[in-house]
Design a protein around this ligand. Sequence first.
Ligand code: S3P
Length: 450
Amino acid sequence: MLKKQTLASSFTSGLNGILTVPGDKSISHRSLIIAGMAIGQTEIRGLLRSEDVLSTLCAMRQLGVTIEDDLDKNVIAVKGVGICGFNSPEKPLDLGNSGTGVRLLMGAIAGQPLTARLTGDASLSARPMKRITDPLQQMGAQIGYLPKNEGKGLLPVTITGANPALPLSYSTQVASAQIKSAIMLAGLNARGVTIISEPHISRDHTESMLRHFGVEVEQRFLTDGRHQVTLAGEANLKAKNILVPRDPSSAAFAIVAALITPESDITLPAVGMNPQRIGLITTLIEMGADLDIANERLEGGEPVGDIHVRSSKLNGIEVPAIRAASMIDEYPILSVAASCAQGRTYMPGIAELRVKETDRIAEMARGLEACGVSVDEQPDSLTVDGQKQITGGTTIASQHDHRIAMSFLVLGMVSQQTVSVMNTETIATSFPQFASLMNGAGANIYAPEV
Ligand code: S3P
């Protein structure tokens, strides 16, 4: 349990320098799980050492995978046990705050001969799991919720895997990489082909990493625009080393902070540029951001680039709903950028934000209003009217949501009065160095005296 922490953020005259953000959270989870299902030893470089990823690492150890962490060299060595080599853990697997960790592990367990109980913190225990367990049940896994949570599909859940899993053809209603990845991981031990289609393409790191490990995975777009993945079962994953790119979702906070504070000029080296992750960059450029990407290259099979950002005058825009999957975690910080833009920003098609670490539409709307920004909250959209001045001078309850916490600390940098944020300890789930990195570049984020 992390110690409760309130942080305050006050006016910043500019951010300058080179900010090296940590490794990608999505890819870090996948690297531990997929390496654990391979035969042989994988070395992972650049892994994000955050609470969420460490929860997955502990769970993998409980499942019988040997993981050695060489902190000095920053290399993690994972000795894989194959696609049906996990052991039944003695104690429940506690995934803390991590939706990706718990959902991907459910998939990995569903195709293996073991029983495991999965739990999480209060925020994770309020998030929907049936969207994952329903298809896994169709693949032969036995799923047990507590009777009081059965209808809602809330943690804790006990899963007994099917060995082998049944091949499945499944269409999802939402573009979710977590649903897609859970089904793919279960499908690795199916006798036959698993097919998943989603309304739009969601992040495809699982597809890329499984191909890197030698699994036959095909991706194609159907005539109606849906994205379809086909995965061959009875897979034989061969251990391969992994280099984790830096996280574009963490970079997003520094990018927006530099855009909205005066006299800023920062560079973020080697940030992941997977097209399914950079919707925010496209959107900010449409809003008028002075932002360019240099030195685009492939590192460890993923595209990366160096991002250069300077203070900019932003204009409000309508963000195409079809772009939502490629920037799903970035709407909180985009609404901070929108608060400082000239005119109105309309963000439709974002109902999925209501089932993240917290209801992010409601929490952003409530917090922005408290800071003097006018917003319009609808079931699946948020509209923000840009302000000439942000008043601030309030305390935000971040509801155990790291991205809500970081977003309001960035808003504090341009507010007339200090913005305080409660429960900022959750920032450690994805970006433990957030405050020190921002302060190193010129921000004023501090623990207020009580
Ligand atoms: C993630 C997928 C997204 C995202 C989450 C990480 C992943 O969730 O919000 O932070 O690593 O697969 P959904 O797949 O539910 O949209």
